[in-house]
Design a protein around this ligand. Structure first.
Ligand code: HEC
Length: 224
């Protein structure tokens, strides 16, 4: 082995730079031209179109709120009472709303005990459907609602001994609506109860305890 046949030392950090004629710039130029430019980072986290659409929506929303008079008169909302609706001509849109109101009041105040079927719960809550107390003299049902009942009451041949709370916190119009509702629901067909009738009963009544069962209610009806 002669000194001429010694292999070229590998190019490396410590080796001398080796010029390879075959891989010099002229050979690489076409490949470099084909490459895209390096990507550059720009400050644009959201597409402009999305930003513009969002801006338009926000401006529309803010404008809508401001134009609907948010700091104005709060009584502009629907503050009509059942009495107002009742005063409206029969057949007017209000008439149907008044009927729906009695139903809503029943669902909100009575349904938990007397049930949507009006049949109550056996042994616990008496039925309203078919009940003589509901269908009878309107003063009875008005007074039940104004004062509540505790003690023994017989409904449709079954005796109940529970407690029903008073609903005097409801307005006269509301009590009239719920009374009218239960008198005309299910198989009941008694005539409606007017707001005036409730107002009159509330005025003459001096009672501040619940009725002591059915006997006290019968006495009330008899004292008429
Ligand atoms: C907490 C349960 C409860 C709620 C709520 C309740 N009641 Fe009663 N209700 C009773 C009980 C219990 C009796 C029977 C009272 C007794 O045994 O002395 C009764 C009796 C009655 C009666 C007379 C008996 C009969 O079945 O006809 C009527 C009418 C009546 N309730 C109507 C209503 C109406 C209308 C509402 C809603 C505004 C209402 N009740 C809400 C428990 C309730």
């Amino acid at each position: 082995m002669t000194i001429d046949s010694k292999p070229t030392p590998p190019a490396g950090p410590i080796g001398p730079p080796v010029a390879h004629a075959s891989t010099a710039t002229p050979g690489h130029a076409p490949a470099q031209q084909r490459e895209n430019a390096d990507p550059s980072e720009r400050v644009q986290p959201m597409p402009l179109l999305a930003a513009a659409v969002t801006l338009v929506m926000v401006l529309f929303g803010a404008g809508y709120v401001l134009m609907s008079d948010p700091f104005g008169d709060a009584t502009l909302g629907d503050r009509r009472t059942v009495a107002d609706l009742r005063a409206a001509k029969p057949g007017a849109p209000g008439a149907a709303t008044a009927a729906a109101d009695g139903k809503a009041l029943f669902n909100g105040n009575c349904v938990a005990c007397h049930q949507a079927t009006g049949k109550g719960l056996p042994g616990l809550f008496p039925p309203l459907d078919g009940s003589e107390w509901v269908r009878g003299d309107e003063r009875t049902v008005i007074n039940i609602l104004l004062h509540g009942i505790s003690g023994e009451i017989e409904v449709l041949g079954t005796s109940y001994k529970g407690v029903m709370p008073a609903f005097k916190q409801l307005s006269d119009a509301e009590l009239a609506a719920v009374a009218t509702h239960i008198r005309s629901q299910w198989s009941n067909t008694a005539k409606p109860v007017t707001t005036d009738a409730v107002t009159a009963e509330r005025k003459v009544s001096t009672r501040d305890t619940p009725f002591d069962g059915g006997a006290a209610l019968k006495a009330l009806a008899a004292a008429k």
